[in-house]
Design a protein. Structure first.
Length: 141
């Protein structure tokens, strides 16, 4: 897949078309991810990330979910390259085939939820490691 350029109208039109006309597996998965239904996590669909369009993205945990179509075997090398780029940018990637989503949706959702639970929460990593400093002008005992 060629790297889309968000400044080109063709690319923006492509994203809009992908949102407007999702595949049946994408529709099915989105119906369970939208409105924070899965673990309270906000997912977005067809999102620009590092020059690529991700099928689904949860920003608060930097999780990308890709639903691979029947042509995945043909595009496998390109998908590996794309995954490598996204991982170097700090994203975690989960890939599911169309058949997985259509035949075992509950298993797909469980795998996503388990992955979300494994990812450290940004709010925990931002917490101070020691006592808070005293306000300016005050001294400790």
């Amino acid at each position: 897949m060629r790297r889309p350029d968000p400044d080109k109208p063709d690319s923006l039109n492509r994203v809009r078309a992908m949102r407007r006309d999702p595949t049946e597996p994408e529709k099915r998965l989105w119906s369970k991810l939208c409105d924070r239904q899965l673990g309270g996590i906000k997912f977005r669909r067809q999102v620009w990330l590092a020059g690529y369009i991700a099928d689904f993205y949860a920003a608060e945990v930097k999780l990308v979910i890709e639903v691979d179509g029947d042509d995945h075997a043909v595009r496998e090398a390109g998908d590996r390259h794309r995954t490598g780029i996204l991982e170097r940018e700090g994203f975690r990637i989960l890939r599911f085939g169309n058949a997985d989503v259509m035949d075992t949706l509950e298993g797909v959702l469980e795998a996503i939820l388990m992955t979300v639970r494994e990812i450290p929460s940004p709010s925990h990593s931002a917490a101070p490691s020691g006592p808070l400093p005293l306000p300016r002008g005050e001294r400790g005992a």
